[in-house]
Ligand binder design. Structure first.
Ligand code: DC
Length: 222
């Protein structure tokens, strides 16, 4: 079994914050696979290519140079020499990333890359299909979830913090749409792996979730 920890779940379940904290606590590298699909979405959007143009999309995916640069507590993401850390978090890229992630060509290239990164050993891998498809042999698998009200609230507060003027209603509409797409697509839909531990984060803060994960991992090791 590989010493990889997989953390999957829907938008606003807390998986990014928790994965980052957990990786820091264990001193493991952290892989944000959502960011990878976001970079693809951004590249396709910038190139002005339609989602049906699989040939061009394949070309873009195969030539993409995605780099994660960890500097202290900040994780920066580069597309070639371009720092796209902020650009990939724009609301318009939320849906674009979800759209491109449903394409076979895109998933093939990304999964290959993710497995290559995972082959180095220890890793906290965060996404939608980490436990089900990318690292099915991972020793520790978690699926985080929370009530939709709380997930919307978390997303809304995140947007407000960034100074974006978006209504709670719109945040809710986009969140429901994206979750629906991610859960109902043909390829690698979002769902818990059969052997994943499900953690409801509705009433927990990120540190409490990390504690729970560490406790569960200790059980796995016994
Ligand atoms: O985690 P995120 O919001 O940054 O992910 C953006 C989109 O990427 C998400 O809506 C679906 C897709 N995604 C995926 O299909 N598989 C993953 N492992 C991670 C993300």
């Amino acid at each position: 079994m590989s010493p990889i920890i997989t953390i999957d779940g829907p938008t606003g379940s807390g998986k990014s914050t928790v994965s980052r904290l957990l990786a820091k606590r264990l001193n493991y590298p952290y892989l944000d696979t959502g960011a990878m699909y976001r970079v693809v979405g951004l590249a396709i959007q910038r190139a002005g290519i339609g989602l049906k143009n699989e040939k061009e999309i394949a070309k873009i995916c195969n030539s993409l140079d995605i780099k994660f640069i960890h500097e202290g507590d900040t994780n920066k993401i580069y597309m070639g020499n371009d720092d796209v850390t902020e650009a990939i978090r724009e609301p318009v890229i939320d849906l674009m990333a979800s759209n491109v992630s449903a394409l076979d060509t895109v998933r093939k290239v990304m999964v290959k890359l993710q497995r290559k990164i995972g082959s180095k050993g220890l890793l906290v891998a965060e996404g939608r299909d980490m436990g089900t498809v990318v690292f099915p042999e991972a020793k520790h698998k978690f699926y985080l979830d929370a009530s939709s009200d709380v997930r919307v609230k978390r997303r809304f507060q995140e947007r407000q913090k960034k100074g974006e003027s978006i209504s709670r209603e719109k945040v809710k509409e986009y969140l429901i749409k994206r979750d629906y797409q991610d859960m109902n697509r043909r390829l690698s839909p979002l769902k818990p792996a059969k052997d994943a531990k499900i953690i409801d984060t509705t009433k927990l803060n990120p540190d409490q979730v990390v504690e729970k994960i560490i406790k569960e991992m200790a059980k796995d090791n016994n």
